[in-house]
Write a new protein. Structure first.
Ligand code: ATP
Length: 241
């Protein structure tokens, strides 16, 4: 279709000092899609999300969001444009309550009524957070903290949500719950999602399309079902012998 991509990375090169982490990435995310980014340790998945959300600046290449060049813009500006990033390791505020964590997430929103509306939306999506409104973030379980991290990222009402390994370290029941929420966000609210996952089989099961990264380059891309059937992917990331 002639649809404008929501996000387009062209020839993106990102470095950590001399380490060449992304080596000419080309990638698109279309409105309404769930796109999975899979790959082994150190492949550059986290760096890709950081480059999109403005935590890192690419040395070469461009990041175009909704037709506008956002390459190198400050992270808070990119967030105000509608991209929200849930980083690896769910950095919630341990000393703040669940509600306070949500309110902090809405720091770019000034209207109290809007903030309260969004807190209530978060509670509707995550009833467990409502039950624990006053509990300190640091005393929540790993799965609850991941829910809080996602709920906090939603406080700015993003059109594009970047999720970095949301299932990491969670029990199977929580993993299911988190993937369920991701699908609901996409289906019910139309939030576009770029999902980095070590759990490749779950990610491919909910994704429309996928990219396979290897040492900073795209090795493979296509419809998620097709990627899930690829023999090299099955061997490397889906635990097939
Ligand atoms: P993982 O699944 O292990 O988290 P990843 O695919 O997310 O891996 P990245 O974290 O993006 O990979 O790392 C890509 C490359 O950049 C790796 O070679 C890594 O060692 C390097 N790298 C990542 N963060 C830094 C840093 N802060 N300083 C230096 N090098 C880094």
């Amino acid at each position: 279709t002639a649809e404008t991509p929501m996000l387009e990375l062209s020839d993106v090169h990102t470095y950590y000092g001399h380490i060449h982490a992304l080596k000419g990435l080309n990638m698109t995310v279309n409105p309404g899609e769930i796109v999975a980014l899979i790959g082994g340790n150190g492949a550059g998945k986290t760096t890709t999300l950081r480059t999109i959300s403005g935590m890192m600046k690419p040395k070469v290449g461009s990041v175009i969001y909704e037709g506008q060049n956002i390459t190198g813009l400050p992270a808070h500006t990119i967030m105000q444009r509608g991209i929200s990033h849930v980083p690896e390791g769910r950095r919630i505020f341990a000393q703040l309550s669940v509600r306070e964590n949500l309110e902090v997430g809405a720091y770019t929103v000034t209207d109290r009524r809007v903030i309260e509306e969004r807190v209530q939306e978060a509670f509707a999506l995550f009833p467990r957070l409502k039950e624990r409104e006053g509990q300190l973030g640091g005393t929540m379980s790993g799965g609850e903290q991941q829910m809080l991290a996602i709920a906090r990222a939603l406080m700015v009402n993003p059109r594009l949500l970047l999720l970095d390994e949301p299932s990491m370290g969670l029990s199977p029941l929580f993993v299911e719950a988190i993937f369920d929420i991701i699908e609901r966000l996409n289906k019910e609210r139309g939030t576009t999602i770029l999902l980095v996952e070590q759990n490749a089989s779950m990610a491919l099961a909910i994704a429309d399309r996928a990219y396979v990264l290897q040492t900073g380059e795209i090795r493979l891309s296509g419809p998620a079902e097709q990627i899930a059937q690829d023999e090299s992917v099955r061997k490397a990331y889906l635990g097939d012998e």
